[in-house]
Design a protein around this ligand. Structure first.
Ligand code: ADP
Ligand code: ADP
Length: 208
């Protein structure tokens, strides 16, 4: 299964992607996670990415496409993948199509997780993640168990100010890839409003 997950920041892509990769036994490729790992490791690419991420802007296409190309060179992607948070611009979508065509493979589906802007801010402000397990929590909607609460991380771009920029970037730069995939007949719209289990049920029925 080769699929991509698009949707606004905080829509629940990471939460749902984690469930899908378990089910389909495919690698979860999150460009956001890869950038955060590079920032933490202090690599030159991480330092460059950090400048954009902090303020909620997109990392330039050349850097992002290079990162994904490197990841695709690893053999575990041959049997399938879940791309979460990539592509986010039309040039990224074009680069992905070219890379897949060169490999003689095609995408199976593009899931668009739709959540209105007015629900996004609350989802993002309350997000916390567990660096040890990768689990994503929400202070209200998916409360963490008390024993992990001391080690939870609040992302520095999960502030109200950065969320506004991220939403703006989504509408300006990412939404234009929707017609790109609609034309190719791959796009599946999924209502992201509801409990995480309800959304999983909608996705599962969409994929069968
Ligand atoms: P979310 O879905 O919560 O917005 P991500 O973890 O996917 O967050 O991304 C965090 C940040 O990493 C983005 O705001 C952006 O700065 C950068 N980033 C991630 N993926 C891409 C991408 N495909 N293109 C450009 N920048 C990206
Ligand atoms: P994304 O990867 O799209 O940025 P996440 O999966 O990290 O989104 O979810 C953002 C926040 O919203 C997290 O705190 C998560 O626990 C919470 N969340 C995810 N799905 C739902 C849902 N269906 N209803 C309410 N909160 C949700």
């Amino acid at each position: 299964m080769r699929m991509i997950f698009i949707g606004p920041p905080g829509a629940g892509k990471g939460t749902q992607a984690a469930r899908l990769v378990d089910k389909y036994k495919i690698p979860h490729i999150s460009t956001g996670d890869m950038f955060r790992a590079a920032v933490k490791a202090g690599t030159p690419m991480g330092q460059e990415a950090d400048r954009y991420m902090k303020s909620g802007q997109l990392v330039p296409d050349e850097v992002t496409i290079g990162l994904v190309r490197e990841r695709f060179a690893q053999p575990d992607t041959q049997a399938g993948f879940m791309l979460d948070g990539f592509p986010r611009t039309v040039p990224q979508a074009e680069a992905l199509s070219e890379a897949l065509t060169a490999d003689g493979v095609q995408l199976d589906t593009v899931l668009l997780l739709e959540v209105p802007d007015r629900l996004i801010v609350d989802r993002i402000i309350g997000r916390r993640s567990d660096p040890e397990t990768g689990e994503i929590y929400h202070l209200t909607f998916n409360p963490p168990p008390p024993e992990v609460s001391d080690r939870l991380v609040h992302r520095k771009d999960d502030t109200e100010e950065a969320v506004r920029s991220r939403l703006e970037a989504y509408h300006k730069m990412t939404a234009p890839i929707i017609p790109f995939y609609e034309t190719s007949g791959l796009l599946q719209r999924v209502n992201g409003v509801g409990t995480p289990d309800e959304v999983t049920a909608v996705i599962t029925s969409t994929l069968t």
